[in-house]
Design a protein around this ligand. Structure first.
Ligand code: GRF
Length: 223
């Protein structure tokens, strides 16, 4: 780890509770700084969270672009300008194209509300309940061109309760996201985690399988 905090740009679309968890972790000692927050939605609550901390915010409204690659090009040039060490997708609801994702390969993380590789895509909580699964959770992974398909670093497992509905399950998973994402970012910031040949390396060991935490264990260890 260098003396400089890890510089990050966080991409958001909505509420920004993961952004908040990251900012809270920074306050608690995570050696990183958020140098800008970018949203594709002008009304995202996440923007207000950032502004209230004097973090510069930028909006690239996807509705102003006729084509996906034009949106990507604008985002790519903004990221170039901001030049962060890590790009953190935190509830960013746009699919990014191959060329942008390739340029940030190994330097872009996402959090997804399922135990990847299961339940990629949307409405994971509902689909997990409908399938009668016993376990659900969240995963942090490196971003590749395959949607929710990049190398998974760590997962947090949440037990599905008999009386769960979508809202209750989502809320428990969200809670785990807020512990898991800062933890993984902390590994990056301290130089403990990197990606080599599409395999995450943590403390010089290849993670051939994602590290999986149980929710209570994760909460106890949370920063
Ligand atoms: C989270 O569930 C995240 O896993 C998913 O989008 C949601 C964002 O929530 N990608 P928030 O905006 O961080 O509150």
């Amino acid at each position: 780890m260098t003396d400089q905090p890890l510089s990050m740009v966080v991409l958001v679309s909505g509420t920004g509770s993961n952004l908040q968890a990251i900012l809270d972790a920074i306050d608690a000692g995570l050696p990183a700084q958020v140098t800008a927050v970018i949203s594709n939605r002008p009304q995202a609550l996440a923007l207000r969270r950032a502004a209230s901390r004097n973090i510069p915010t930028r909006v690239i409204d996807h509705r102003e672009f006729a084509r996906r690659d034009e949106f990507d090009a604008r985002l790519d040039s903004l990221l170039d300008e901001l030049n962060p060490q890590l790009v953190v997708l935190a509830g960013f609801m746009r699919i990014l194209g191959d060329s942008l994702v390739r340029r940030w390969h190994g330097r872009m993380l996402n959090i997804h509300p399922s135990l990847l590789p299961d339940y990629r895509g949307l409405h994971t909580h509902r689909r997990v309940l409908e399938a009668g699964e016993r376990w659900h959770g969240c995963s942090v992974h490196y971003v590749t061109a395959e949607l929710d398909g990049g190398p998974v670093i760590a997962r947090a497992r949440v037990e599905v309760h008999a009386n769960d509905d979508e809202a209750s399950l989502k809320s428990r998973v969200h809670h785990c996201e807020h512990a898991l994402y800062p933890k993984v970012i902390d590994w990056v910031a301290r130089g403990r985690l990197k990606l080599a040949h599409d395999t995450p390396i943590l403390d010089n060991k290849q993670l051939r399988q994602a590290l999986t935490f149980d929710a209570p264990q994760l909460m106890e260890e949370a920063l």
